[in-house]
Design a protein around this ligand. Sequence first.
Ligand code: SF4
Length: 421
Amino acid sequence: MVICMDFDEKLQVLVSDAIFECEGGKSVSARAVQQVKEQMLQESVYHAKVAGGTMPLLKTLLTNACIKNCHYCPIADYCDHRVVSFKPYEMARLFMAMHKSGLVNGLFLSSGIVRDPDTTQEMINETAKILRTKYGFLGYIHLKIMPGASLEAIKDAARWANRISVNAEAPNEHRLKQIAPDKSFQKEMLPTLEGISHVITQKRLEWLERKGKVQRTGKGWLADLDELAEVHLLPVLSSTTQFVVGAAGESDKELLQTTIQFYRQFNLGRAYFSAFRPICGTKLENAPAQMPIREHRLYQADFLLRRYGFELDQLPFDEHGNLPKDVDPKLAWALQHPERFPVEVTKAEREDLLSIPGIGPETAERILKARKEGVLLTAHDLQSLGVHLKRAAPFLTLHGKPLTEEVSVRKPEPKNQLRLL
Ligand code: SF4
C-alpha cells in the first residue's frame, strides 16, 4: 500500500490503533476507534492516571503494520487496514512539537511487530533515544517491549524509559494460543518478563549504589537486606503488563494467579485488565463483549492482593473461578466469614483492621496511630480518620459497642448474604 500522508494524518491513524491498549485509563470500543479516526490531532492525547492526578500523554504506535495474527487485534496481519509508519526521528520531532505547544507531557510508545521483535524494539528505543539525547526531553516515557525481544534490546529500552511493559494478554499458554496463535507464553512472554525483571533489578541496585546503600563487588552486590526488601518501592524504572479479559474464556482466578506470579517472580509494578470488546474486521468480531464490571472486580481483587495482604485462596471465587459481580470481593469475603467479625478497632492488628469493609490501608495506619495517641473515642473519630462508617459499621465494635445504632447502616442485600453464606 502506498503511503503518502503528512505527520498529522499518520498520527491520526496510529493513535486510533493504539487506544485499545490501556494504562490505568479506559480502553474503547470499535465504534469509538472509528470515531477517533475521524477526530483531530488533539485526540491523540491520553490522560494517564498518575499519583495525584493525570498526565497528558501522546499514546501512539510507530507503525500499525504487524506480522502477527492476534484474533482480537484490528492491526493484525490478516486485517484489512491502512498501514502507516513513522520513522523514529519523525515521531520524535512530532512529539516535541506537541510537547512544546503544551499538548502533552509524556510519551507512551508501542508498535506493531515488523520483521522481528528486536528490529521493532530498536526503532522504539531509537525514538526515545532521540528525545533524550537530541531534544533533551526529561519527561515521562513509557516504552512497550515487544514479546520475544532480546535482553540487550530490553536493556537499551530501559536506558531511556521511565516505564517499560509487555502485554501478556492471557494468563497462560493454553489461553494465549486461543487468541494469539502465533505468540508463545512460555517462549516469548515469560522470557521477556524475566528480562524486564532482570533489567529493573539492576537499575534499582545501581540507584541504591549511587545513594551509598549497596556496594558492587566482583561477584555481585553487597547489600543491606532491609534495603533490598524495600527495593520494589524505589522510584526507579517500573514495569506493567496488560491482560485482555474474557477473550480466551479464562477465569478471574487464572488471571489473578498469573498476576501474583508476575508480581512475585518478575518485579511487576502493576497489572492492567482490559475487558474484551470485539472490533469489526477481527476474527473475534462476533464474540461477546465482556462487562466492564468484570474489569472493575479484577482491579478490586488485585488491590486486595497487592495492598491488603490478601492471599489468592481468600478471594471469594465461585465454582467457575470467577469473582461475584454484584458485590465487591472484600465485602463478599467478609460476608463469607462471620466468625472473623466484629473486629474491635481499639485492639485489632493491622491485618484485622484491613479485613473490615470500608477501611483501607491508609485508614488502618491512621487508626493505629490514633490509638497510640489515645484519641479514638467516638464514631465521629473513626469517620474523621477515613472510615466509611456505613460500610464498616456491621463489621466492627468500638470500645466493645456496635456502631449500627449510631450509624444509619445500609446492610448488604439479604439475597446476596444468603447466596454468599
Ligand atoms: S502482536 Fe498481536 S496485538 Fe500486537 S499489534 Fe500485532 S497483532 Fe496486534
